[in-house]
Design a protein around this ligand. Sequence first.
Ligand SMILES: C[S@@+](CC[C@H](N)C(=O)[O-])C[C@H]1O[C@@H](n2cnc3c(N)ncnc32)[C@H](O)[C@@H]1O
Length: 330
Amino acid sequence: MCRAIKTLHNFSPPATADEIHASSLQFVRKLSGFTKPSKANEEAFNRAVDEVVHAAHHLLESLVTNAPPRNREVSDVEGESTIGRPSGPPTRGYYHRVPYGPPDRWSWDLQGDERRYLGGIPLVGKRVLEIGPANGGLTFWMTKEGASVVSVDLGPDPEATPWDLLVRPGDDERELMLGMSLGQRALNDNWRYGREYYAGDAQLVTATAYDIPREVGEFDVLVYASVLLHLRDPLRALEHGLSFVRDTVVITDVVPTLLPKEDWERPVAHLVPYPSVRTPHGGITWWHLSPKLVEHYLELRGFRIVRREIGEFRHFSRNVELFTIVATRT
Ligand SMILES: C[S@@+](CC[C@H](N)C(=O)[O-])C[C@H]1O[C@@H](n2cnc3c(N)ncnc32)[C@H](O)[C@@H]1O
């Protein structure tokens, strides 16, 4: 039933949050004897996974060694570089669960929930600008729905697309950058593989959310799905993105669990990183934004809020709540 639990200590690039989660899940599965717990055991099972993830992060942060790091760089690069490799899809870089990907290496399964995740906006014949597509689970769904999509994401070269990375005192900056570079390359490769798989006409522009090139033109719809929380300066990015859109903006973000519920109706944000938490490459979460902050800012920029919904979506083995706000230009 259970795959082996991998060694995650002393690798270069370091273990990712996804890998730590996958190993922790395997550990709890092994101990409990359940691949998927029953409803009655679900809460205890998920809590145990969270606690093991937490302990594993601390363990990996605390361990010291004089041995040179085990090097995954070569095999990772070879494994993920798929351009011109007809032998099959990339082996990593699966943020979204996709039909052609491995069954167990994704973080989010949005299949069947894409419409709800994007606030139910009409897509037929629309030109969509999507910021932060990852491996394209939403891109190719929107394309199938009849939209023409331009996706903007970071590339593997920090000179070309500077990353909003938090490098703390004591961090090995080179190692973080290397990990981030491999992670972005895998996502970009996988997005391109997805376009080939669906024989779609979506376009991937490597740029940051702050400097989308004007040549991409104008759009009917702008989508920021689970990306504002990862930006150091989400309002600057939003202001820039809004200048490309004629009509509708959709913003999906995690509900701000670090803020008390009453603050969700105030325009406030919580800075997420804690000094003790090592930055996992490629996945830094900067902010928990209140839905009100997003709405308030959109209104200041001349948009009218037409919908706010909160829904649950599948993240690894559990559901996570996200809010989706849809606004149109007045
Ligand atoms: C959490 S994933 C969200 C994927 C997808 N939009 C979804 O909602 O399922 C965040 C995405 O934003 C991208 N991203 C992070 N920082 C960015 C930046 N500064 N500019 C552009 N994209 C960025 C990441 O590379 C990744 O593709």
